[in-house]
Design a binder for this molecule. Structure first.
Ligand code: UDP
Length: 417
């Protein structure tokens, strides 16, 4: 049987590589903060090392913290062989984002028991790594807080939209949540009322400009790669990169596409969504989407997990959609904005923290609005370009990994004082 906790191997990445990309001030602050934390150890815990935004963040955050001199490590909690644990945690996730339903007593027990089963493994990891700070990401591994010895500072990093949660589900996680020393959210509206504001930090997620997914591809290279992946770069492509998840509204995207293509001849849609290890619901939603598009030759569904492919699709798209109905933040939006794309995003708290409607992207609340904007932007490349340039500047200023890591380092220092 697979181990219940696994340590994730991270790539080595010298921090000096970021020097030419970020402001000297941020670069020097990071070196300074890193020096203060040299003796310290940090342990991040989440539930998957591939697929989804949290894995994406940690893949860059952990190596960056390490290259700044901190002994930063990352472990994941694995599911059980029947996938019961992740079905339940996905249900908790959906309820916390405002979905309908009820957790059964049995599901609650199984969730807690699976975490409790991981206590011995965690205790041995803690003994070995001696972390001063443990950061638990999202609710899946939340009950692990009970296995941490006194003296370790515990941070809960919440990545989902908790602005209108199912009250009972929120109540269920409350006893665990109350034990944390700090909460990190990207918007104060996500802070549960029972968690003190004074112990809450607002930190934005961010993208790593040096990852293959985010490296800016010159047009010629993007076109050549597209052909290699079997995509015609001359097509009028619009796309959405997302897990197959009801909150990402893939069916809504297809409906908007169906309206827009009546006006824009030759329009094509690509939906790409690899299946994250902690998301058993994705297969179901993918089947629904496939059923709905019904073999449409102008729609391509891709489930391949390939960072370069994601980059190429975002780069060659005329317009990028992220028609989410709820979105904690939406790194896919950041990624596309970085590539100077005009993004049409669902009017959600997460996407609205990145897009100012009409300035560096667009926010929509309906399929019709999305369709109208697709038509407008595909037919007016100059407008799309102007919006894309403004989008790139927003990301450069606010949403690159070094800034996010700097915010974390400052918080670690504060906690360890
Ligand atoms: N992603 C990917 N391949 C896919 C779908 C998503 O690599 O087929 C990545 C995407 O590029 C982004 C992350 O998964 O980096 C999704 O993060 P986001 O915050 O947008 O949403 P989440 O999945 O965390 O809800």
């Amino acid at each position: 049987m697979a181990r219940i906790l696994t340590k994730v191997k991270v790539e080595k990445k010298p921090f000096s590589k970021y020097k030419r990309i970020i402001k000297a001030e941020t670069y020097n602050s990071l070196i300074g903060e890193g020096k203060k934390l040299k003796k310290f150890s940090v342990l991040h815990i989440n539930s998957t090392c591939a697929g989804g935004g949290v894995a994406e963040l940690l893949q860059s955050q952990v190596p960056m913290e390490r290259s700044l001199g901190i002994n930063s490590n990352w472990i994941v909690i694995n599911g059980d062989s029947e996938d019961m644990f992740f079905s339940i945690t996905k249900k908790i996730h959906n309820l916390l984002q405002g979905g309908k339903g009820l957790l059964t007593e049995n599901e609650k027990k199984l969730y807690v028991r699976h975490n409790t089963n991981a206590f011995p493994a965690l205790k041995s990891i803690v003994k070995d790594l001696e972390p001063d700070i443990v950061v638990i990401h999202d609710p899946q591994p939340m009950p692990l807080i009970d296995a941490l010895p006194r003296g370790i500072k515990a941070i809960f990093r919440l990545h989902i939209d908790l602005s209108s949660p199912n009250a009972r589900a929120l109540n269920f996680i409350k006893p665990f949540g109350m034990k944390f020393d700090r909460l990190i959210v990207s918007n104060d509206r996500y802070r549960p009322k029972w968690f003190p504001k004074a112990k809450t930090e607002i930190i934005y997620p961010a993208i790593d400009p040096l990852l293959p997914k985010n490296k800016i591809l010159p047009s010629g290279a993007a076109r050549a790669l597209a052909k290699k992946f079997g995509i015609n770069p001359d097509d009028k492509i619009i796309s959405q990169v997302s897990r197959f998840d009801p909150w990402k509204d893939p069916i809504g995207v297809i409906r908007a596409f169906n309206i827009a293509r009546k006006k824009v001849k030759g329009l094509k849609l690509i939906l790409i969504g690899s299946v994250a290890g902690d998301d058993p619901e994705a297969k179901e939603i993918f089947a629904e989407v496939k059923d709905f598009e019904n073999g449409d030759p102008d729609i391509t569904l891709i489930t391949k997990n390939d960072n370069t492919l994601v980059n190429v699709i975002q780069t060659i798209s005329k317009v990028v959609l992220q028609k989410s109905l709820r979105e904690g933040f939406g790194l896919t939006v950041t990624e596309a904005m970085w590539k100077k794309k005009a993004v049409i995003g669902g009017k959600t708290i997460g996407i609205a923290s990145q897009i100012t409607d009409g300035k560096n992207g667009f926010l929509v609340s309906s399929i019709k609005q999305a369709a109208d904007l697709i038509i407008k932007l595909v037919e007016d490349p100059r407008l799309a370009k102007k919006i894309g340039l403004s989008a790139h500047k927003t990301v450069q200023k606010n949403f690159l990994t070094p800034k996010m890591v700097l915010d974390h380092l400052k918080l670690y220092s504060k906690l360890l004082k």
